[in-house]
Design a protein around this ligand. Structure first.
Ligand code: NAP
Ligand code: ZN
Length: 369
């Protein structure tokens, strides 16, 4: 057996965790650049709680609320200039994967790498300096609070690209389920399905690790009943929300070690060209991916389905369709998206490794007209 495992994020969980553990913020710096989307952080109480904690600890802050969904390289460069002009010595993100990922890029750029080219930003693994980062996830799906990745929209390459560096692991992650209570059903479902995809893909990845596989099964065991409840139209109470947040964090730890596979590789085109939410893009492809893997890895697929509480792939497909709906592609889109996906690095992380024709089949079976 051979693997490595590194997870340096301090995770603080529970109602009121920002106020309760505000002392840890002092270890980050004295001038915090606070990054959020336009509305949700102000509406769900996370922004007010963080500002109060920073004030209590005597840390100065400036708020940037311009992070949009699927942040672009251009957007993070703008934010980095503002962070540098403020003299930020640490970055704090509150929101879904978009603000957290944007904050990771800003932590690199504002620390002194502002002139770095996009190609270097996306290919370098070590930077001279990266500002320390704290995050407050307010969706339960991406797990970005515990990963070394920032996924950025790359308009030059017309896809989503990865910044990957151990230096962008958040130092602190505050998980308070109360901030997710008013998350609309559509976003709740798409993000929970993203977490499920991370656990499944991370378990099956070429780079899967034994501890990651334990976390993956536990994540799926927690997600299964919540996904079924959501598919049946039930609303989740605080305990259900906390379970999703916990499961999503566990699945984030899984992919922090293993990376993702063909599902994410194909899903990026659905998001870039068809504006399909990230989690939904993965979810519509999942059944076809598991059917593709089953002949070579029947036992592992069956272990994953049973952890989720699903009898077979058909029942999972039905639950997912109820949760996130469908996506339709025409033959030309299927060809183009397969051609793009085959070039993604996470294809090599898929076992058995698909060829372009396999991706066409998966896309075609998932997104029939
Ligand atoms: P998101 O793009 O961060 O947010 C989607 C929407 O949800 C936004 O409109 C946001 O509003 C709203 N929202 C967030 N929290 C809310 C709350 N508590 N209540 C009500 N509305 C809320 O969505 P996401 O799915 O979390 O993140 C997707 C991004 O993460 C993609 O770019 C994806 O590629 C990336 N990702 C990263 C990793 C990683 O390891 N780094 C892993 C998977 C996915 P506001 O804009 O007003 O905040
Ligand atoms: Zn994802």
């Amino acid at each position: 057996m051979k693997f490595t495992y590194y997870m340096p994020t301090r995770v603080l969980v529970g109602a009121g965790c920002i106020a309760e553990h505000s002392q840890y913020l002092c270890s980050l710096g004295q001038r915090a650049f606070l990054m959020t989307g336009k509305y949700s952080a102000a509406a769900n109480g996370s922004l007010a709680d963080m500002c109060a904690a920073l004030d209590k600890e005597g840390i100065r802050w400036q708020h940037w609320n311009q992070v949009g969904p699927n942040p672009t390289l251009e957007e993070v460069r703008l934010a980095a200039v503002a962070a540098r002009d403020f003299g930020a010595d640490c970055i704090i993100a509150l929101g879904g994967g978009s603000p957290m990922d944007a904050a990771k890029a800003v932590a690199v750029l504002a620390a002194g790498e502002i002139a770095v080219s996009d190609a270097d930003l996306l290919s370098q693994r070590r930077f001279v300096k990266v500002l320390p980062l704290a995050v407050v996830p307010t969706t339960a799906g991406t797990g970005s609070e515990v990963t070394p990745y920032a996924i950025l929209t790359n308009n030059t390459l017309k896809t989503k690209s990865f910044l990957t560096s151990e230096q962008v692991y958040p130092k602190l992650a505050f998980l308070d389920g109360r901030y997710t209570l008013d998350l609309p059903l559509k976003i709740t479902a798409a993000t929970a399905v993203d977490a499920m995809s991370h656990a499944i893909e991370g378990y099956l990845a070429v780079r899967a690790t034994p501890p990651g596989q334990c976390f993956a099964l536990e994540s799926l065991r927690l997600l299964g009943p919540q996904l079924s409840a959501l598919a049946a139209g039930q609303t989740l109470d605080l305990a259900g929300r906390e379970t999703l947040l916990h499961a999503s964090m566990l699945a984030g730890i899984v992919i922090s070690q293993s990376g993702t596979t063909a599902v994410h590789a194909m899903g990026y085109s659905l998001t870039y060209f068809k504006e399909v939410d990230h989690g939904k893009a993965n979810g519509v492809l999942m059944a076809a991916y598991l059917r593709y893997l089953t002949p070579a890895r029947p036992q592992e697929v069956s272990i994953l389905l049973s952890a989720l509480g699903q009898a077979n792939i058909d029942s999972l497909a039905l639950t997912l369709e109820k949760l996130i709906g469908r996506v339709q592609l025409n033959p030309d889109e299927i060809d183009r998206f397969a051609a793009i996906a085959i070039q993604a690095a996470n294809i090599q992380n898929t076992r058995p490794q698909p060829v372009q024709e396999d991706l066409k089949t998966m896309l075609g079976n998932s997104c029939k007209r």
